[in-house]
Design a protein around this ligand. Sequence first.
Ligand code: FAD
Length: 480
Amino acid sequence: MVVGDVTTGTDLLIIGAGPAGYVAAIRAGQLDLDVTLVEKDAYGGTCLNYGCIPSKALITATDIAHEAGNAEEMGIHADPAIDLAGMVEWKDGVVDQLTSGVEKLCKANQVTLLEGTATFADEHTVRVSHSGEGQGSETLEFENAIVATGSRPIEIPNFEYGDEPVLNSKQALALDAVPDSMVIVGAGYIGMELAGVFAKLGTDVTVIEMLDSILPGYDDDLKRPVKQRANDLGIEFEFGYTASEWHDRDDGDGIQVLAEPAADDSDDERLELDAEKVLVAVGRQPVSDTLALEEAGIETDDRGIIETDSRGRTSAEHIFAAGDVAGEPMLAHKGSMEGKVAAEVIAGEPSAIDHQAMPAVVFTDPEIATVGMTESEAEDDGFETIVGTFPFRASGRALTTGDTDGFVKIVAEESDGYVLGASIVGPEASELIAELGLAVELGATVEDVASTVHAHPTLSESVMEAAENALGHAIHTLNR
Ligand SMILES: Cc1cc2nc3c(=O)[nH]c(=O)nc-3n(C[C@H](O)[C@H](O)[C@H](O)COP(=O)(O)OP(=O)(O)OC[C@H]3O[C@@H](n4cnc5c(N)ncnc54)[C@H](O)[C@@H]3O)c2cc1C
């Protein structure tokens, strides 16, 4: 159908159907707002189509194969064969199920779905151009809007995506054959998660990182077990280097990635690494430059992040921003929370954004999960703290899973015991952190956590034991 230049109206326009935009749309629908959700690519955004879900599907699948092949200690002798095409087909099925669910939920909540690319024409109007030849465009007037256009991978000079064999995370998650070797540029969470996936598939992985350790921003004690497990998997690291260029090898067998020492005064030699593919994972940047934001009076910072207040409002009173485009941390659940708040504020409710109990998870092997403040952040903020820890090697349940690396750490206020934050590295850290997020959110004390009966034998007992340790009466470890 060719769409002519018609003008329609909506109370609330939402641009982008990722976890920020579609969640905002459903919440706004629940609040009886007249909502139009514009999406140019795929419902569910980066998270469902190219990020969280496909990466976690492949992490789980490769973990299963790896664990089955390394369980001699449990009396299991197996040598699993991996059919990557089959694995990718299964992963795509998971994605399809979720994205079609998003579409159905939006429709069931009376959200009008519009496929196309939106750009602002003025403070109350967008143009939506439809993809495909002859599909035309339409004009949409709105009372309020939420910009939820997400982020895209940052490109570095000389490594253009789409220039096979240079891959971004989206392309790496869609490969249909296992590369023999891969250089990964960047040891942040996406680089480290995918390093684990490919190493478990049998790829020789080398990670180049300009800083001197993996996972910048995380405490050393959390990173240690992850680095150790990566070493055990045979992942090589080159710290203090920046990737500068790549070229085909003279013998036609793959490519060579060149990397220079990151420090100007370094005497180290330039690196020349042979590989079949190079995956660039050096961070993500907001998608704000393609929206003609200036037409609507929306301001961004130097990085292109749309600045918002505690209700999600941009510099234009009636326009809100949520998700990656509104800044760090660029995580799906943070975007969904901001989307819900924006929808509720537009509907007249007194909602506000609170990042205090925002969890963050790295799905490496083992997983890292944090919420609230670390010990040093709490001390920098002037809190007198008590700290409780519990190592998984003392957990009966962890021993029965064969996965005992890591620990739970809880930080609380010394005077009244309020839980200020927690960090976990180890099995199921991503699930265990929820209890501690609830503790921070509710203003619970370590006493509350310690006196909550936890089922035995479970990994969650480790949370209770860490709280008991903070109080000096842990049962299964010596108290400090
Ligand atoms: C490999 C990878 C793994 C990840 N793993 C995790 C994880 O485990 N946990 C986690 O919390 N986060 C994870 N993330 C991050 C997560 O995907 C993002 O934080 C999340 O998707 C952000 O949601 P969003 O709604 O802000 O943006 P997006 O999900 O990026 O959605 C934005 C949508 O807007 C659309 N759009 C953009 N411009 C326009 C326009 N002009 N008109 C119409 N539509 C437009 C885009 O097509 C897109 O669909 C991962 C990311 C990657 C890349």
